[in-house]
Design a protein around this ligand. Structure first.
Ligand SMILES: Cc1cc2nc3c(=O)[nH]c(=O)nc-3n(C[C@H](O)[C@H](O)[C@H](O)COP(=O)(O)OP(=O)(O)OC[C@H]3O[C@@H](n4cnc5c(N)ncnc54)[C@H](O)[C@@H]3O)c2cc1C
Length: 282
């Protein structure tokens, strides 16, 4: 898409990646009068979209709005209203949106506040089992893939080596998870999105870290990206999604109260069936 240069906003915008974050952001730019004169270029690594290896390509996605953090509940509820629009041009058109029941399970003796949910879940399970329609998510602490990577040395110049857990897309679910899982996704430790300028490169804005829950905000996340680029993202969202220079030296899994199972599993060990003891120093 090409347009004449603007005198206010940036005259050229390059968006890399044409999926949830990239498409939603492009749409938001196109709807903002202050960017109406910008040249917007959207590129992707594959010639034919969607990329069948992209995280969003699947038969279904869950739109759960109950979070421990209020800003997420708010933004997902806002997004859900778009998906509920099943009119000809709505996000939920052509049967894309279906309201399903939520099932919560817990170990016996779990704290009282989940009791009401659990009772309702029994009814839901009975209904779904009858209709043969059930999608199960196992919220564990995940697998880590510690790898030495080269990063730019911003003080001295040149490159530094650092240990990071790098995503792998070429491996199936490890044997440990196979009885329960069919697919898995990549998360960062906090589970939060990242929407901020990268402080060490002029004009580079990062909209990423989907952490397994960005599809549900497809209709609205682009607006938040453009708000952040324009410097008018609400303070609570900026705090949640800002660039963090420091990363935890020891990461054992996101502690948001929704996870269970073993911590610190190493992806490669799980595949090779050797030394399955969890690591403690990543
Ligand atoms: C198994 C699984 C289950 C999930 N379940 C849910 C769910 O129930 N609910 C929910 O809300 N979310 C869910 N998610 C997460 C959701 O699918 C993602 O948050 C969302 O798809 C992320 O969108 P994205 O645009 O960041 O990445 P992607 O959808 O992966 O798209 C990235 C795009 O960038 C392109 N690209 C990559 N590298 C380059 C490059 N170097 N140059 C140019 N282009 C490039 C790719 O070709 C692709 O088009 C799930 C994810 C997975 C994997």
């Amino acid at each position: 898409m090409a347009r004449a240069a603007s005198t206010s906003g940036p005259s050229h915008i390059l968006i890399v990646g044409a999926d949830v974050f990239g498409l939603s952001t492009t749409l938001a730019f196109l709807e903002r009068p202050e960017y109406s004169n910008a040249n917007i270029t959207l590129i992707d690594a594959v010639p034919d979209l969607p990329n069948c290896s992209a995280a969003s390509v699947d038969s279904s996605r869950i739109l759960r709005a109950d979070y421990a953090l209020r800003p997420y509940t708010k933004i997902v509820s806002e997004s859900q209203r778009h998906f509920q629009d099943q009119g000809p041009c709505g996000w939920g058109a052509q049967g894309r949106y279906h309201e399903a029941k939520l099932i919560l399970t817990a170990e016996p003796g779990t704290e009282d506040h989940v009791d009401g949910y659990l009772e309702e879940s029994f009814d839901t399970i009975r209904g779904l089992a009858r209709s043969g329609e059930l999608k199960i998510g196992r919220h564990g602490y995940g697998y880590q893939n510690p790898t030495l990577v080269s990063i730019a040395d911003l003080q001295g110049g040149g490159l530094l080596e650092a240990l990071a857990s790098v995503p792998r897309i070429d491996l199936p679910v490890p044997p440990e998870g196979q009885p329960a899982l069919r697919e898995f996704f990549v998360k960062i430790p906090s589970g939060d999105f990242l929407l901020d300028y990268y402080p060490h490169a002029c004009g580079l804005f990062l909209a990423t870290n989907d952490s397994g829950h960005a599809f549900k905000v497809f209709p609205v996340i682009g607006d938040k990206v453009v708000d952040a680029i324009s410097g008018c993202l609400p303070a609570d969202l900026h705090e949640l999604w800002k660039w963090r220079e420091e990363v935890a030296a020891v990461f054992q899994g996101t502690d948001d109260g929704t996870r269970g199972g073993p911590r610190g599993l190493i992806l490669e060990h799980e595949h090779q069936g050797r030394d399955t003891s969890p690591i403690t120093n990543l």
